[in-house]
Design a protein around this ligand. Sequence first.
Ligand code: NAP
Ligand code: ZN
Ligand code: ZN
Length: 371
Amino acid sequence: MTGHAKRAEARGGGVGAATYAGGMSIKSFAALSATSPLGPFTISRREPLARDVEIDILYCGVCHSDIHFARNEWGFSQYPMVPGHEILGRVTRVGKDVRRFKAGDVAAVGCLVDSCRTCACCVKGEEQFCTGGAVFTYNGPDKHSGGMTFGGYSERIVCDEAFTLKVPTNLDPARAAPLLCAGITTYSPLRRWGAGKGKKVGVVGLGGLGHMGVKFARAFGAHTVLFTTSESKIADGKRLGADEVVISKNADAMAKHSMSFDMILDTVSADHDLNAYLGLLKLDGSMVLVGAPPSPQPVSAFSLLMPRRHLSGSLIGGIRETQEMLDFCGTHNVVCDIELIRMQQINEAYERMLRSDVKYRFVIDMASLKG
Ligand code: NAP
Ligand code: ZN
Ligand code: ZN
């Protein structure tokens, strides 16, 4: 089906259309350039194929990656762009070969909609590292339309069953939506680096990712320390599960934790001093970056040499682990702390996130787009 002519028109006022022959017309909000605010836009999605699930989107979380992408801060954005990869909704139709979903089910889509399915990473269930080409939920090459994928700031999505997640029915759907990125991105490294009983784990930054990092580290039984730049977040940090909260701008408070951490999970989206946190790791301790500041962050060799510290990164999680995370949240009743917004408030929400002013994830009520 590749090679359909894709037509993208950018008209004034943020209104336009990206369509291809045979696709369904879907309302969305898009960025048309790195400097334009998001506005109404019409996209096409394919009619469900044999293995596809069609989802009426109820809620979509707002990730800081959406801002990096909408504003081309990482340098590989393509326009028009419809962000959104924390997608939760109700199944409306399924293709004839779909076995795990039926109309009426609650279903979710995270950061991935496809991959090669045969490379070593895919076989291991780590499709996010697919060497044959993972297809990300937006700004990725759409195998079906021949254009780019469009994300969850939209009425509906059509996704292969293999990349569609089941959401435990006891979870509040609006508060579960951000688990699809903020949840798995923190769950996966905390599991991999063994956050648990007897371990001292730091989480840097109390935003969307950070607040889930604190909840999971605590749920796994680790002694959990939150590092924040915001004095106003101390009480919330404790309420969310931190045993201790450190204001990272206070050098004396930082020094008290010197060489004591097994692991530090860094969720910061902007320039900051990594060395200040590396110095808090003990022998063989690991700092894991999940935050993705657009500019390089300098690291002194001496921050790593002694006492033999590790600096690593982690990218979301595979489909199998994302389902495991959702099931864990269902069993332990873990959900996100959110502020519900209308689609039309998205540009204001971006500005508030840039001021670290969100408690702790914006979630779009997609009824506002449909009405
Ligand atoms: P967010 O909600 O905006 O939270 C980021 C937090 O970082 C802020 O709340 C703030 O916490 C802290 N912060 C911001 N600017 C800072 C600065 N200049 N110095 C120190 N701290 C600062 O963002 P998010 O959605 O959690 O995303 C965080 C980052 O992770 C983004 O770069 C995003 O692209 C990336 N990300 C990566 C993955 C992955 O797979 N690796 C997945 C999703 C997102 P305090 O107020 O507590 O200091
Ligand atoms: Zn994200
Ligand atoms: Zn692959």
